[in-house]
Design a protein around this ligand. Structure first.
Ligand SMILES: NC(=O)c1ccc[n+]([C@@H]2O[C@H](COP(=O)([O-])OP(=O)(O)OC[C@H]3O[C@@H](n4cnc5c(N)ncnc54)[C@H](O)[C@@H]3O)[C@@H](O)[C@H]2O)c1
Length: 134
């Protein structure tokens, strides 16, 4: 059976590259983003791929967590990511990036994270690190 991966923040910079890597690895990918900072072109890139699904969801609010069912991996990239505003308003960032994410972090599907086949994913992570350093 095809493995399912979920990428939160899938329309963002890091998340969209993770989506691309996972699709190339043959995963069925669900990208979740509230589009607060997501880019439409990061969705349009994959919209013709039958293994790609985009869901516009604000993860800080109530949402139907059955979408996580049968997910092999959840890559949690949704965040407030700009550095300067995080210094100017640390409480906002703490609330958004730490407090509000417990529903995602504590979801049973997250337990699968410990099963990440590191070698197989190494290429994706390496590529993403190279992108974020360039
Ligand atoms: N870009 C880098 O160089 C870099 C380097 C190291 C670590 N990171 C980390 O990687 C993560 C992603 O960074 P990025 O550069 O891709 O940022 P980004 O802003 O491009 O992507 C984050 C995505 O999360 C989405 N999002 C925010 N709040 C959400 C919510 N409540 N529900 C659903 N989606 C939501 C945004 O719309 C956005 O598309 C962050 O944790 C960041 O700190 C980034």
């Amino acid at each position: 059976m095809q493995k399912k991966a979920i990428v939160t923040g899938g329309a963002g910079f890091i998340g969209s590259h993770m989506v691309e890597c996972l699709l190339n690895e043959g995963y069925s990918v669900i990208a979740i983003d509230d589009m607060s900072n997501g880019q439409q072109e990061n969705i349009d890139l994959f919209k013709d791929n039958p293994n790609y699904t985009f869901l516009k969801i604000d993860l800080s609010k109530e949402f139907d967590d059955t979408i996580f069912k049968n997910a092999t991996y959840i890559f949690h990239m949704a965040a407030l990511a700009d550095i300067v505003p995080s210094v100017e308003n640390p409480i906002n960032y703490h609330n958004a990036n730490v407090k509000k994410w417990f529903s995602v972090h504590l979801h049973p599907a997250m337990a699968f994270l410990i099963n990440i086949p590191l070698l197989k994913m190494q290429k994706c992570v390496h590529n993403i690190l190279m992108l974020s350093q360039s």
